[in-house]
Design a protein around this ligand. Structure first.
Ligand code: 4AD
Ligand code: MG
Length: 475
């Protein structure tokens, strides 16, 4: 349907062509002589209107009431110019086939407006709605644009592992990996629960990865650094996991992260890469997803197209953490979390900066206190701050977190000791500084937060097909 509707003349150039369309019935309206079926195949927001008259093979199914909302159909016919004002073309059917029927009375996706909370409880059906169809297509376009951006600039994509023994962020927010051991009650040393399994009967599980502790990765950064110090610029793009038990509109337990790592680069290069990247993907969807973006502008967040156009065109603002704290201290707002130098910026502070002070433009905050940032960030000469940067955007808050990495072996070793981290387990990370170290920098962008930012969807649970949050893993 996208091939028809997305043509140079919205399908008029295809009038007279024979074709077959397959999809799901959105509505079925019968008039005296004809029945109109609105069919959607997910390739675009628009439905294709199909006219089924008594001469069409299969018309009897319409008379019998077998074709209803939610049913899957295949329709052969030829394209004609539409008499209606809503569309340029429609399909005049010669043959209608019912592929899979649907009981319209119990079909979960009813015509009335369904709340997004309700739709989360029917995650197997929600892609059939306009909103989730549009979010899925824009998410796909953002992923494609991401690969295109980095590939065009010579970055090499690296698959970082999902199972790992290291905790990149050092925040202890990891999920443990456990191993299922079939019927091993006798020899397993730490069976803590039995899980029913259809294959083996009861399974035991032990709280480790074949006898060693292992976790789901919180970030692919350390692995990306390994490759950046061999292949130069690289990026990862994959799922990451955080076991923070927080119920907010911007946190998921499983989210996708894009992590470029630039070799022979400093914080300035890192910020330039982040800004160019964000502007590129925003421009890409404005250009390639016009119909879906108009839908978001009309139904989800009024004015989003104009705001994204601004993001794509205007330079981002940049301030230091210290200046940001000064601004917040002078603010005539009662924050829930009081601000002082050394505190982590909370979402209310980030929103105040991007929405009230910098009026809607993305804002990069640099040089955070080392105490609130991870061990690997490069220390500044002041001894108090690190070469870090967070990119904040209105509504979503922190979209990107990045830094220049500590490439000096002695400084890094000292920091690891200061923080009481187990130095031995970082032996390979330290080797990167021991053999051919280079200044390097990178960042992580939360892909679902990008989808939120780009579509106006306000809850991160609606920016991913199957959200994983505390208590939700059903689908
Ligand atoms: O700021 P974070 O924790 O940085 C890192 O993980 C670095 N290792 C990245 C790097 O330099 N390569 O996370 C990066 C981004 C955040 O800015 C945010 O967009 C997203 O990941 N993020 C989450 N998104 C959804 N749910 C969560 N629980 C998230 N935690 C972080
Ligand atoms: Mg961060």
């Amino acid at each position: 349907i996208a091939d028809i509707k997305g043509g140079p003349k919205e399908g008029l150039e295809l009038v007279g062509e024979q074709m077959m369309v397959r999809g799901w019935v959105r509505t079925c309206r019968s008039q005296k002589a004809f029945t109109f079926l609105e069919v959607n195949d997910g390739s675009c927001l628009s439905n294709l209107q199909c006219i089924i008259g008594p001469e069409a093979e299969g018309f009897g199914m319409i008379e019998a009431g077998s074709i209803s909302t939610g049913a899957s159909v295949a329709i052969n016919g030829h394209l004609v110019e539409s008499q209606g004002s809503k569309q340029k073309v429609e399909l005049k059917a010669s043959k209608l086939q019912l592929i899979g029927g649907s009981d319209a009375t119990t079909y979960p996706v009813q015509k009335k407006k369904l709340s997004r909370e309700y739709l989360r409880t029917i995650a197997h059906m929600r892609p059939r709605t306009n909103t989730f169809g549009a979010v899925s297509r824009v998410r796909n376009a953002l992923a494609y644009a991401t690969h295109k951006f980095f590939q065009d600039r010579g970055f090499i994509w690296v698959a970082s592992p999902i199972i790992t023994a290291s905790d990149c962020e050092g925040a202890g927010e990891q999920f443990c990996v456990t191993t299922l051991v079939p019927n091993s009650t006798k020899d397993s040393s730490t069976p803590i629960q039995k899980i029913p399994s259809t294959k083996e009967g009861l399974l035991d599980w032990s709280q480790d990865f074949f006898g060693r502790p292992a976790f789901l990765t919180v970030s692919g950064q350390l692995n990306a650094e390994i490759y950046a110090t061999a292949l130069s610029d690289v990026y990862t793009f994959g799922p990451t996991f955080r076991a923070e038990n927080s119920n907010t509109t911007r946190h998921l337990a499983e989210f996708w992260m894009i992590e470029p790592e630039l070799a022979f680069a400093d914080l300035k290069d890192d910020m330039a890469c982040a800004s160019t990247y964000l502007q590129y993907v925003v421009r890409y969807i404005l250009e390639e997803c016009k119909e879906d973006m108009q839908f978001f502008d009309q139904w989800i967040e009024k004015g989003i197209i104009a705001r994204l156009n601004d993001v794509a065109e205007k330079d981002f603002r940049q301030i230091t953490y210290t200046d940001a704290v000064d601004i917040l201290l002078k603010a005539k707002t009662n924050f829930e979390f009081p601000v002082k130098w050394g505190c982590d910026l909370q979402s209310e502070h980030e929103r105040y900066l991007t929405e009230k002070v910098f009026k809607g433009t993305p804002l990069i905050v640099t040089d955070y206190p080392k105490e609130i940032k991870a061990f690997y960030m490069r220390q500044n000469d002041d001894g108090k701050t690190v070469a870090a940067m967070d990119l904040l955007v209105p509504r979503v808050g922190e979209l990107i977190g990045g830094s220049q990495r500590e490439e000096r072996l002695d400084v890094l070793e000292k920091r690891i000791e200061e923080l009481g981290l187990e130095k031995a387990s970082y032996w390979w990370y330290l080797d990167l500084r021991r053999y051919g170290t280079v200044p390097h920098a990178g960042f992580g962008l939360g892909f679902e937060r990008l989808v939120q930012f780009a579509t106006g969807i306000d809850n991160i649970r609606d920016a991913i097909p199957f959200p994983r949050t505390p208590g939700s893993a059903e689908f």
